[in-house]
Design a protein around this ligand. Sequence first.
Ligand code: ADP
Length: 777
Amino acid sequence: MHDTIWKQIHDNSSEGFALLESIRNEFGEIIDFTWVYMNAAGEKILPPNRRGLTGKKLLDVSSRSKENGIFDEYVKVTETAETSTCERMYSIDNSPMWIRTIIVKVNDGIGITFSDITLQKKLELQLRENESYLRSITESIPQLVWITRPDGYHEYFNSRWYDYTSTSYDETKGEGWNKILHPDDQENAWRVWTHSLQTGESYEIEYRLLNGKTKEYRWFLARALPIRNDNNEIVRWFGTCTDIHEQKVTYESQLFLAEASKLLSSVFDYRKALQKVSQLAVDHVTDWISIELFDGTEVELAAVAHKDPNKIKWAKQLRKESPIDLGQKSGLPEVLRTGKPILYPLITEQMIQSVVKTEKELLLIQEIGFTSLMIVPIVVSKKTVGAVQFVSTSSKRQFGKNDLQMAEEFAGRIGLSIQSSMYYEEIVQRDKQLQVLYDSNLIGVSYVKANGTVLSANNAFFALVGYTRQEFERKNIKWQSLIPLEYSEIEAKKTKELYETGIATPFEKEYIRKDGSQVPVIVGKTLINKKTGDYVAFILDITERKKLEARKDEFIGIASHELKTPLTSIKGYVQILERIIKEMGDEKARALVSKTNIYIDKLDSLIVDLLDVSKIQAGKIQFSLEKLDISELVKESVSAIQPTTQHKISLKSKIKGLVEGDRQRLEQVLANLLTNAIKYSPKGKEVIVNISRDESFVYVHVQDFGIGIEEQYQKLLFQRFYRVEASSRQFSGLGIGLYISSEIITRHGGKIWLDSVSGVGSTFHFSLPLVNGKKIV
Ligand code: ADP
């Protein structure tokens, strides 16, 4: 009956079930047990050699039952009816098999419920092993580590945790955590942790933990991972906290610096930007910041910000109560004076006491709260123009080297911003000045693109070229089309100068006006954009000056002409006089007349030169060309000049070469160079003349050892009436010899130039094309 019930209950169970009946001897003692029932699950759980036990006796099947206490246990349960639970390991084919049994008394025997817990045991064992492995790892890794039960209850912390937090297990388990977590981070941390516990999702957050020793909060990256068993159940939570304080602070600093730079560079009015970046600083890197500007005598609080806006008024009041004493040997005055930053990582009560002057000041300072301070200079062009003070107050943050570096970079950016706004100011100012010039219309101003398009111009420019602004724009008139052909060479040269040096020094040229007439101008250009090649041109109308010059030229022409006529008569009469005196035989009178003749010649040659100038100006100089042996020509000129001087003129070389030229004019050039060489070397004894040639040209070189010419004047010598001022008083002259010579040589297709060293001497060179020489294109 009972059997049937048991069977019914257990046939479909997943746990094994066996019934054993006791066998007693004549004294009523239990001497063995017989298996009377084994359910299907039991048959499966048991190892093959233990199957089919029904009907068999315990001691027959398992002779060791007595030694290992199983028999006694069965007896005890049968006799006392106490339930017995145990877990046993069997070795089956050398591998362990764990069976959990619950033995209860059934009739005069026992019922055994049993299940295979090998897998569970294995897992447990593994977990235990894992855990001890985990713990040994946790001790060796640099992170703080904790392990909790699946419900989140902390059961283990590694020793680093205890070191850092300076707490005991009892203090941190469970909610004890809050003491260590930064108040601002608690809410988030608990929210995330609860979420993870509910969902089994791992988490990763950043929070600040209190260092038990330094009482400083440091940033940590906290990660928690659930550890699961093979059934995917969470058996533990494993968490690590990695100290990311430096990275975090550096990151914050970098973020702050980047933001600050953006603000500082986007606003031209740096004062506005200073207030904005101060706010940014308290959002990211400090509790209190003040930016001070210093003009060399006074300090101005340009911007101030505090984490607690109410405290700004304290900060301002503090400044009022104790104005800055520039003579002070520490703090802000020291930084302003030395231009060197200072860092006070921890400000003690003692330090404060030593600097405050009044009770009121002390109270204010305490009100604001000072923990840590750094002051960095703001430098512009090597001058300290201010300083930034970073103050850490109640947040217990202490500034370190990294912070100081950040602060210096920050101040550097402020410096740059101040500098660029100064530049900007200057540009605006200059622009205004230019605008005044532009609007005044005293001078033509035009902005020209590299391709010649006139971008804009003032009225003076349009008046000059004779177009209206509208016409000019409509016809898209290019700069180039305003320039007469004869000026294209100088224009090209000046354009080159502009792009090479940024400036085209003023030069004379003419513009073609709308009506086709030409207007003489002086133009100077300055490059305004190197990349695009855009430039500004300043144009001065020199019509009046040119007219004046023309009148002067005309005067010179008339005057020299008027002088020449009587002089020719004087010359004639003096010659007659000379002849008469010769006949009279009065030696003294003859000598006087002959001297008079020399001066008449000098006067004549001056007047001839002046006449030449006006001929050149009028384009009326004429040449009568013939083929000339250059060596002969030079030799004759040297011979003609030699008797008039003490200097030795040495003709050092001779070449074969014919030139086509005006003999008289070329002699005039040579005479001019030779007399200059003599005149400007009063202490020299020699003038050296050389002749050379190449395939196309002959070259004549006249070298003296005289006063020389400074480089800056060398180019100007060939201009009309130009004389070097320093020597003009010592040496008489009109400053036209080289002008005429240069005109003669260039009209002959040659060039004239010089090499000279001031105080050492000069060599003037000229070239002339050879007859049958290779033509240079
Ligand atoms: P002038 O000699 O009548 O002044 P030039 O036209 O011949 O006029 O010369 C122009 C200027 O060039 C001179 O005034 C002088 O300053 C300078 N000069 C010319 N030749 C020499 C030279 N050989 N050495 C030094 N200076 C010279």
